[in-house]
Design a protein around this ligand. Structure first.
Ligand SMILES: Cc1cc2nc3c(=O)[nH]c(=O)nc-3n(C[C@H](O)[C@H](O)[C@H](O)COP(=O)(O)O)c2cc1C
Length: 310
């Protein structure tokens, strides 16, 4: 959690001191230089032209907006679009309302891509020794980032990808190569990493890139683009399961860890020896309610609903 409420560095310092260094680095390494600015239409109209003049290739604008009406995000996009000509990317917060309609509006305004998502909150964490909040935003609130955010951000990425042709940059909780694969499968064209880089240091990028390359090679893909949007065909408005059918255990994959048994609320899953003495999970179809908690915790994906078995 963080409650970063201000920057001690004025915009001029960024523009005059930091930007030239990043610009030179980007040019030397043949990578795009993307600014990230916020938040109100007035601030974006003011800062946008300045960062464009400083030589950025694109601008991400963050609204950090969590209200119930998406119009402020569109207003921010309009203000920036009217003041710069480089590509602009709208960064959304989780729980942004009516994403399908919002992305259509953003397309109309001339937004070139979506970034999903920002941190989630307000969130609260209390030090039980003192009773005081740990990070110091209003009401002690902070904003949550890192792995807890990933399932929420992935849902937003897929919702954008299902409803728009705009490229999506996925962000939230990436700390391993498989997280990147997951974001690409949900429709992302690129990803960002913040918290993991702050915790682990800049070496995180090299490590995750290596993990992505190893995963792709192991699964015989030539490029990460081969997995892009792969999950979207399974993400339909109607649920794939409409009855309480028990999941099926793949005995070859089951390592007998017992996690499924531990989490089952209905006493329906038990790890028992098979005829050769190997301990495997078994589901009692008379007790199972098909809630799926066991399928979501299984570390080897050995227990799954038949609709998800390829
Ligand atoms: C310390 C900190 C400061 C952040 N400041 C900003 C910010 O100024 N603008 C913004 O759009 N997002 C900001 N974020 C959000 C991140 O860019 C990112 O969207 C979010 O943390 C989720 O990604 P992660 O789990 O990889 O950190 C900040 C995150 C952290 C942890």
């Amino acid at each position: 959690m963080n409650a970063e409420l201000w920057s001690d560095i004025p915009a001029e310092h960024y523009l005059e001191r930091e930007y030239p260094i990043v610009k030179e680095y980007a040019k030397k390494n043949n990578v795009p230089f993307i600014a990230s600015i916020g938040y109100t239409p007035e601030e974006l109209s003011n800062l946008g032209p300045k960062v464009e003049k400083a030589g950025v290739d694109a601008i991400e604008f963050s609204t950090h907006y969590i209200g119930r009406d998406y119009r402020p995000v569109v207003e921010a996009a309009k203000a920036l679009r009217e003041s710069v000509s480089v590509p602009i990317f709208a960064k959304l917060s989780p729980f942004t309302p009516n994403i399908p309609e919002l992305v259509k509006e953003l397309e109309k305004v001339g937004v070139n891509g979506i970034v999903a998502t920002n941190t989630i909150g307000p969130a609260l964490s209390i030090d039980v020794e003192t009773g005081m909040p740990i990070v110091g935003g209003p009401y002690g609130y902070g904003w949550l980032s890192g792995p807890a955010l990933k399932p929420l951000a992935l849902a937003v990425v897929s919702e954008v990808a299902l409803n728009s042709k705009l490229p999506v940059i996925g962000v939230g909780g990436i700390s391993r190569g498989v997280d990147v694969i997951e974001y690409f499968m949900a429709g992302a064209s690129a990803v960002q990493i913040c918290t993991a880089a702050l915790i682990e240091g800049l070496g995180v990028f090299k490590r995750i890139l290596k993990e992505v390359e190893e995963w792709l090679a192991r699964h015989e893909y030539d490029s990460i683009l081969d997995v892009k949007g792969l999950a979207l065909k399974y993400l339909k408005p109607e649920p794939r399961r409409v009855w309480a059918e028990p999941p099926i255990v793949d005995e070859k994959k089951c390592i007998g860890c017992g996690f499924c048994e531990q989490v089952c609320n209905y006493d329906a899953v038990h790890v028992l020896p098979d005829e050769k003495g190997k301990r495997v999970a078994r589901v009692d179809i008379n007790k199972c309610y098909g809630c799926g908690l066991c399928t979501s915790v299984c570390p080897t994906r050995a227990i799954a609903f038949k609709e998800y078995i390829t």
